[in-house]
Design a protein around this ligand. Sequence first.
Ligand code: PEP
Length: 240
Amino acid sequence: MYFIANWKMFGVLNTLNTLHKFIKFFRKFKKKRFAKIIYCPPNTLIRPMSKKLKNISIEVGAQNCHENENYGSFTGSVNSKMLKSVGAKYIILGHSENRQSGDTDKLINMKIKSALKANLKIIFCIGETISEKRKKATKRVLEKQIKLGLKSIKNKKQILIAYEPVWSIGSGIIPKNKDLSETVNFIKRKFKNNKVLYGGSVNSKNIDQLKLVKNIDGYLIGGASQDTKKFIDIIKKTYN
Ligand code: PEP
Protein backbone atom coordinates (compact mmCIF):
# COMPACT_ATOMS: atom_id res chain seq x y z
CA MET A 1 0.00 0.00 0.00
CA TYR A 2 1.17 3.50 -0.84
CA PHE A 3 0.79 6.34 1.66
CA ILE A 4 1.64 9.57 -0.10
CA ALA A 5 1.74 12.80 1.88
CA ASN A 6 0.86 15.90 -0.12
CA TRP A 7 2.01 18.83 2.00
CA LYS A 8 0.83 21.33 -0.62
CA MET A 9 2.14 24.87 0.08
CA PHE A 10 2.60 24.16 3.79
CA GLY A 11 5.78 23.73 5.76
CA VAL A 12 9.03 25.59 6.36
CA LEU A 13 12.43 24.28 7.38
CA ASN A 14 11.62 23.66 11.04
CA THR A 15 8.49 21.70 10.06
CA LEU A 16 10.92 18.94 9.16
CA ASN A 17 11.46 18.30 12.88
CA THR A 18 8.09 16.55 12.88
CA LEU A 19 9.71 13.88 10.69
CA HIS A 20 11.68 12.53 13.67
CA LYS A 21 8.45 11.28 15.16
CA PHE A 22 7.50 9.59 11.91
CA ILE A 23 10.95 8.04 11.43
CA LYS A 24 10.84 6.68 14.99
CA PHE A 25 7.44 5.14 14.35
CA PHE A 26 8.41 3.73 10.96
CA ARG A 27 11.64 2.10 12.14
CA LYS A 28 9.65 -0.01 14.58
CA PHE A 29 6.57 -0.52 12.42
CA LYS A 30 6.07 -4.28 12.00
CA LYS A 31 4.21 -4.05 8.69
CA LYS A 32 6.78 -1.73 7.17
CA ARG A 33 7.54 -4.00 4.24
CA PHE A 34 3.92 -3.67 3.08
CA ALA A 35 3.87 0.12 3.24
CA LYS A 36 5.48 2.48 0.75
CA ILE A 37 5.76 5.99 2.17
CA ILE A 38 6.34 9.03 -0.03
CA TYR A 39 6.48 12.59 1.27
CA CYS A 40 5.76 15.37 -1.24
CA PRO A 41 6.71 18.67 0.42
CA PRO A 42 7.00 22.11 -1.21
CA ASN A 43 10.05 22.36 -3.50
CA THR A 44 12.05 24.30 -0.89
CA LEU A 45 11.99 21.27 1.42
CA ILE A 46 12.83 18.51 -1.06
CA ARG A 47 16.60 18.61 -0.54
CA PRO A 48 16.62 18.85 3.29
CA MET A 49 13.84 16.29 3.54
CA SER A 50 15.58 13.74 1.33
CA LYS A 51 18.72 14.19 3.43
CA LYS A 52 16.76 13.47 6.59
CA LEU A 53 15.17 10.39 5.06
CA LYS A 54 18.36 9.06 3.47
CA ASN A 55 18.83 6.05 5.71
CA ILE A 56 15.26 4.91 5.86
CA SER A 57 13.08 3.57 3.06
CA ILE A 58 10.89 6.66 2.72
CA GLU A 59 11.02 8.56 -0.54
CA VAL A 60 10.45 12.17 -1.48
CA GLY A 61 8.40 13.60 -4.32
CA ALA A 62 7.58 16.97 -5.85
CA GLN A 63 4.11 18.40 -6.45
CA ASN A 64 4.34 19.92 -9.94
CA CYS A 65 6.86 21.07 -12.53
CA HIS A 66 7.25 23.16 -15.67
CA GLU A 67 6.57 21.15 -18.81
CA ASN A 68 9.85 22.05 -20.50
CA GLU A 69 12.41 19.30 -20.06
CA ASN A 70 15.27 21.66 -20.89
CA TYR A 71 16.50 24.65 -18.96
CA GLY A 72 15.23 28.00 -20.22
CA SER A 73 13.92 31.47 -19.59
CA PHE A 74 10.86 30.59 -17.54
CA THR A 75 10.94 32.92 -14.57
CA GLY A 76 9.79 31.34 -11.35
CA SER A 77 9.60 27.82 -12.79
CA VAL A 78 11.37 24.58 -12.00
CA ASN A 79 11.58 21.60 -14.34
CA SER A 80 11.58 17.91 -13.55
CA LYS A 81 15.33 17.53 -14.05
CA MET A 82 15.94 20.15 -11.36
CA LEU A 83 13.55 18.42 -8.96
CA LYS A 84 15.31 15.12 -9.57
CA SER A 85 18.67 16.77 -8.88
CA VAL A 86 17.59 17.83 -5.37
CA GLY A 87 16.34 14.38 -4.40
CA ALA A 88 12.81 13.93 -5.74
CA LYS A 89 12.00 10.41 -6.88
CA TYR A 90 8.30 10.99 -7.54
CA ILE A 91 6.15 13.84 -8.79
CA ILE A 92 2.44 14.60 -8.43
CA LEU A 93 1.00 15.76 -11.76
CA GLY A 94 -2.54 16.63 -12.78
CA HIS A 95 -3.63 17.61 -9.27
CA SER A 96 -7.03 19.30 -9.41
CA GLU A 97 -5.67 22.42 -7.68
CA ASN A 98 -3.27 22.80 -10.62
CA ARG A 99 -5.91 21.84 -13.20
CA GLN A 100 -8.03 24.65 -11.74
CA SER A 101 -5.18 27.10 -12.18
CA GLY A 102 -4.54 26.27 -15.82
CA ASP A 103 -3.07 22.79 -16.23
CA THR A 104 -4.87 21.38 -19.27
CA ASP A 105 -4.77 17.69 -20.22
CA LYS A 106 -2.29 18.59 -22.95
CA LEU A 107 0.00 20.42 -20.56
CA ILE A 108 -0.21 17.59 -18.06
CA ASN A 109 0.74 15.16 -20.83
CA MET A 110 3.84 17.28 -21.60
CA LYS A 111 4.74 17.43 -17.90
CA ILE A 112 4.39 13.66 -17.53
CA LYS A 113 6.64 13.09 -20.54
CA SER A 114 9.29 15.48 -19.24
CA ALA A 115 9.16 13.92 -15.77
CA LEU A 116 9.53 10.41 -17.19
CA LYS A 117 12.58 11.59 -19.15
CA ALA A 118 14.03 12.89 -15.89
CA ASN A 119 13.45 9.43 -14.43
CA LEU A 120 10.82 10.48 -11.93
CA LYS A 121 7.90 8.24 -11.03
CA ILE A 122 4.54 9.85 -11.63
CA ILE A 123 1.56 10.19 -9.32
CA PHE A 124 -1.02 11.11 -11.95
CA CYS A 125 -4.18 12.66 -10.44
CA ILE A 126 -7.56 12.39 -12.08
CA GLY A 127 -11.05 13.10 -10.79
CA GLU A 128 -14.44 14.55 -11.58
CA THR A 129 -16.01 17.75 -10.23
CA ILE A 130 -19.28 17.72 -8.30
CA SER A 131 -21.27 18.91 -11.31
CA GLU A 132 -19.75 16.18 -13.49
CA LYS A 133 -20.68 13.65 -10.81
CA ARG A 134 -24.25 14.96 -10.70
CA LYS A 135 -24.46 14.62 -14.47
CA LYS A 136 -23.26 11.01 -14.09
CA ALA A 137 -20.25 11.89 -16.24
CA THR A 138 -17.56 10.50 -13.89
CA LYS A 139 -16.42 7.64 -16.12
CA ARG A 140 -16.41 9.76 -19.24
CA VAL A 141 -14.34 12.46 -17.49
CA LEU A 142 -11.83 9.97 -16.08
CA GLU A 143 -11.49 8.18 -19.40
CA LYS A 144 -10.74 11.48 -21.14
CA GLN A 145 -8.23 12.57 -18.51
CA ILE A 146 -6.41 9.23 -18.78
CA LYS A 147 -6.49 9.20 -22.59
CA LEU A 148 -5.20 12.76 -23.03
CA GLY A 149 -2.89 12.82 -20.02
CA LEU A 150 -1.13 9.64 -21.10
CA LYS A 151 -1.29 10.25 -24.85
CA SER A 152 1.56 8.52 -26.72
CA ILE A 153 3.20 7.31 -23.51
CA LYS A 154 4.02 3.67 -24.07
CA ASN A 155 5.77 2.64 -20.91
CA LYS A 156 3.34 3.24 -18.07
CA LYS A 157 5.20 1.20 -15.47
CA GLN A 158 6.46 4.33 -13.69
CA ILE A 159 2.97 5.81 -13.38
CA LEU A 160 0.57 5.50 -10.46
CA ILE A 161 -2.94 6.84 -10.81
CA ALA A 162 -4.49 8.75 -7.93
CA TYR A 163 -8.26 8.94 -8.20
CA GLU A 164 -9.17 12.18 -6.44
CA PRO A 165 -12.77 13.32 -6.83
CA VAL A 166 -12.51 17.12 -6.77
CA TRP A 167 -15.56 17.39 -4.49
CA SER A 168 -13.83 15.23 -1.92
CA ILE A 169 -10.53 17.12 -1.64
CA GLY A 170 -10.42 19.06 1.60
CA SER A 171 -14.19 18.76 2.09
CA GLY A 172 -14.35 15.93 4.62
CA ILE A 173 -16.65 14.03 2.25
CA ILE A 174 -15.59 10.70 0.78
CA PRO A 175 -17.31 8.54 -1.85
CA LYS A 176 -19.47 5.59 -0.86
CA ASN A 177 -17.41 2.37 -0.77
CA LYS A 178 -19.48 0.77 -3.51
CA ASP A 179 -19.02 3.74 -5.85
CA LEU A 180 -15.33 3.99 -5.04
CA SER A 181 -14.72 0.31 -5.68
CA GLU A 182 -16.57 0.50 -8.99
CA THR A 183 -14.65 3.60 -10.11
CA VAL A 184 -11.29 2.09 -9.13
CA ASN A 185 -12.17 -1.06 -11.10
CA PHE A 186 -13.10 1.08 -14.08
CA ILE A 187 -9.74 2.91 -13.92
CA LYS A 188 -7.88 -0.38 -13.57
CA ARG A 189 -9.57 -1.71 -16.69
CA LYS A 190 -8.53 1.40 -18.64
CA PHE A 191 -5.09 1.58 -17.12
CA LYS A 192 -4.02 -2.03 -17.25
CA ASN A 193 -1.88 -3.50 -14.49
CA ASN A 194 -1.10 -0.24 -12.77
CA LYS A 195 -1.66 0.84 -9.21
CA VAL A 196 -4.64 3.01 -8.41
CA LEU A 197 -4.69 5.11 -5.25
CA TYR A 198 -7.50 7.07 -3.69
CA GLY A 199 -7.21 10.69 -2.50
CA GLY A 200 -9.72 13.08 -0.96
CA SER A 201 -10.24 13.78 2.74
CA VAL A 202 -8.59 10.55 3.92
CA ASN A 203 -8.22 10.80 7.70
CA SER A 204 -7.68 8.66 10.77
CA LYS A 205 -11.45 8.27 11.26
CA ASN A 206 -12.68 7.36 7.78
CA ILE A 207 -9.73 5.05 7.07
CA ASP A 208 -11.65 2.20 8.79
CA GLN A 209 -14.33 2.56 6.14
CA LEU A 210 -11.97 3.19 3.22
CA LYS A 211 -9.80 0.19 3.92
CA LEU A 212 -12.77 -2.05 3.18
CA VAL A 213 -12.39 -1.09 -0.48
CA LYS A 214 -9.96 -3.83 -1.37
CA ASN A 215 -8.97 -2.81 -4.88
CA ILE A 216 -7.33 0.43 -3.70
CA ASP A 217 -3.51 0.29 -3.70
CA GLY A 218 -2.95 3.20 -1.35
CA TYR A 219 -3.86 6.77 -0.48
CA LEU A 220 -2.81 10.30 -1.44
CA ILE A 221 -3.30 12.31 1.72
CA GLY A 222 -3.36 16.10 1.94
CA GLY A 223 -4.57 17.78 5.16
CA ALA A 224 -4.14 14.78 7.47
CA SER A 225 -0.57 14.13 6.30
CA GLN A 226 0.59 17.47 7.67
CA ASP A 227 -0.06 16.22 11.21
CA THR A 228 2.39 13.41 11.92
CA LYS A 229 0.19 11.75 14.54
CA LYS A 230 -2.78 11.65 12.16
CA PHE A 231 -0.61 10.34 9.32
CA ILE A 232 0.76 7.59 11.57
CA ASP A 233 -2.76 6.68 12.74
CA ILE A 234 -3.93 6.29 9.13
CA ILE A 235 -1.08 3.88 8.41
CA LYS A 236 -1.51 1.89 11.63
CA LYS A 237 -5.27 1.57 11.19
CA THR A 238 -4.91 0.42 7.58
CA TYR A 239 -3.17 -2.72 8.84
CA ASN A 240 -5.26 -3.31 11.99
C1 PEP B 1 -4.94 16.29 -2.02
O1 PEP B 1 -4.87 17.52 -2.11
O2 PEP B 1 -4.31 15.57 -2.82
C2 PEP B 1 -5.79 15.71 -0.99
C3 PEP B 1 -6.10 14.46 -1.08
O3 PEP B 1 -6.17 16.58 0.01
P1 PEP B 1 -7.06 16.22 1.30
O4 PEP B 1 -6.57 14.90 1.85
O5 PEP B 1 -6.81 17.35 2.24
O6 PEP B 1 -8.47 16.13 0.84
